[in-house]
Ligand binder design. Sequence first.
Ligand code: ADP
Length: 393
Amino acid sequence: MNAPVLVINCGSSSIKYALIDSDPQAARLSGLAERLGSSEARLKGKNSDGESFTQPLPNAGHAEALNAILEHLEGRIPGAVGHRIVHGGEHFTQAALIDENVMAAIHSTAALAPLHNPANLAGISATQRVFPDLPQVAVFDTAFHQTLPPRAYRYALPEVLYTEHGIRRYGFHGTSHAYVSQRAGELSLRGAGGWLTAHLGNGCSTSAIWNNQSLDTSMGLTPLEGLVMGTRSGDVDPGLHAHLHRQLGWSLDEIDNVLNKQSGLLGLSGLTNDMREVEEQASAGHAGAQLALEVFCYRIAKSLAALSCALPTIDGVIFTGGIGENSPIVRRDVLALMPHFGFNIDQTTNEAMVRGKEGNISSTDNGPEVWVIPTDEEGRIAMETRHCVESAQ
Ligand code: ADP
């Protein structure tokens, strides 16, 4: 399939899009329709000459926004649409050509991702109406982690909760972990081997990948488990919910809201969920920001060390996501907590590896490598969409 792929990520009031050619050198068209359903709805994007545009779309819904996006594709006709779907449960180990059965399976998984899957489904339906003749493919955040063995995905809970209700660890950010580990396998002389990946953005997760297969990951049933994130707590004592309910009278919804929206860097610093600001305030001496940075890095190091148990050998660690790609401080502080792993980084190279640069920041050829690899979730979704359509032909 030579035609470009239109990658769509539908939220309840937004659509992120990118038009991606099979030729990696070709310019991408990308943008975001936001505040859909409100009088402030608008489409923002970039043309192929790199110029930005903003188009007001008052009261537009998903279908109107898709029609507006179509007008900004500069006459390039997509050959397929790839949808980012958050949760595929145990139904999907890889991307799937969307038909009624696939829609039903995504729907049946909605209880595990109540904020995301219904919005993703609404996006698929709107896209089918606007592009009735194009093949549509679902690419799942969870699919890459379906290779986890039971020892990594089972919680120590009564079996019936797994067999009847799907309570297990699924993992997320699969397209990112898959992309950066595959890329490291291409760039490094070590090949596919054993890689620890740290995707550090607003959401953060780690993964242990052996021979391009995910063997363990830090997120679980939901994207709340694991690392400290922008506003998410990551791991807490499972007894916390009962304690807060009994002692403070908080409802489950209140607890859920605090753990998802008021915790993480924001909760610890008391200032912000944005790592740039945390770093600035920490270096200016703000105690909360210093603590936030310290806990953030310690938890990443602890998670990477724990995940190393999943791998027969460790060829290297990969940093990605907005923080992983741009924060030499976080990379330095995480690795300083793991001296027994033998990671050695060149500080000058580390400091230069920002704003989309890709490279190995290790100081020696001995020991495991340290890579910074800008993630490309949209590119990966386009690639999987292309493969899926081609193999169905
Ligand atoms: P999302 O998960 O929403 O895609 P990103 O991957 O863009 O988010 O990551 C956002 C995070 O990256 C924010 O915490 C932001 O502060 C951080 N970040 C971006 N640039 C820098 C930088 N130069 N230094 C430190 N952190 C940065």
